[in-house]
Design a binder for this molecule. Sequence first.
Ligand code: BGC
Length: 501
Amino acid sequence: MGRGQWLGVAAVCAAALACGVAATLVSRRTAARRRWNRAVAVVRELEEGCATPTERLRRVANSLAIEMFAGLASEGASKVRMLLTCVDALPDGSEEGIYYAIDLGGTSFRVMKLELGSGSMVVNKKVEHQPIPEELTKGSSEDLFNMIAFALKNFIEREGGSAEGKALGFTFSFPVRQASISSGSLIRWTKEFSIEEAVGKDVAQCLNEALVRNGLNLQVTALVNNAVGTLAMGHYYDEDTVASVIIGAGTNASYIERSVAITKSRCLLTSELMVVNVEWGSFRPPQIPLTPYDICFNDGTHNHYDQAFEKMISGVYLGEIARLVLQRMAQESDVFGSSMNCLSTPFILSTPCLAAIRDDDSPDLRAVGRVLEQQLKIKDVPLKTRKLVMRVCDIITQRAARLAAAGIVAVLQKIGRDGTLCGTTEARKIRGEPKRSVVAIEGGLYQGYSIFREYLNEALDEILGDEIASTVTLRVMEEGSGIGAALLAASYLSTRQQHSP
Ligand code: BGC
């Protein structure tokens, strides 16, 4: 072959090679785009599944209000328990003296001392937070209550006070059946707790016995749910407080009901009013489909109870929903590269991490990158993927906050403060004198996550309309659940003293 021919062959080969490289590049790019599109599709599907347009939220509120009516009619008639709390009077500001409280409900508990002066004046307040070791949330009830009693004893000693004859408020943030203000049996555990042998026991008595074992001469005066404590504190400061909501590790609401509206357990009704603990966490909104990630949640791996509303709204769960979505994205595509082992660890992404991702307003989403690297050990995630991760956290946050708003509207509807006649009229308009409704609110998720608050407030306005929404005030009660228990202990002690011969 002559030189010219060799050159010709070389040129053809080079062209073929170039074509081959280009084709490989194109097909790689096409494959990468396909994988990216699959990740995007996961997010789109999530978005559709979590959609909460205003009209749907109205129907959710209506369904919950109907469940609330049913729950007051007879035991077991509704998904929401509508527990009668035996609280038939709320603190009015006249309480005085020194009171103690214990607040148990999440992964930490609080002991507190409250000094009250008349005229709704908290003269002095001392609060101590203590973590609960995980093994105690699943161990024996004796160990759990011993630890609490021991902590209270140390606290009182450090404070240099005496427990002798003092009233004690006990906030116990789980569903409890009460026959008196100072006792109640545990119906079931929720959130991270599961000490099965405690179910059915009187938790106030468990604590009283532990107090005796620890040499404390003190007894539970008022056993209250955290929603009820928050309502009591709200009412102490503002008589227009009609309901309370908790949005923290778990979620719940309580409100003041007229006794005539309650047909079950009539023997417990001693006055015109009764505070009802809704236990809305167990509501299952029929209008909101469970996404595959919610279904995973209900399949018995973490908790086998079914708390659908709570699992869509509250702090124990939101981070985990996000982790499940990210895991699915990683399975469907290569958006997180090969370092995705951590994504298979349940509960590795906490809700505060989800909030940190959603709250990141830096142009290059630095905080998102940091959380992915520090929590999930996924490094060097490109900006467009970080944006997608933020979107996931946003969708989950938005659904949670908007459902919580629908829950609040349901409670307002139940007591006729939503502008409709039991939800039956389409137009929400003020009829007659507008009444101011204050809803006391507490919980780390609501208090610590500004975007959650914004979404919730926005949805409240949408559902109620501006006119009615302007009559509703959400008022944060810092430490409301514990302080409210101490306030109720104070008001019940003084009632008892007035009635004793
Ligand atoms: C419990 C409620 C509690 C709520 C908020 C739920 O899991 O069932 O009793 O009020 O969490 O802590």
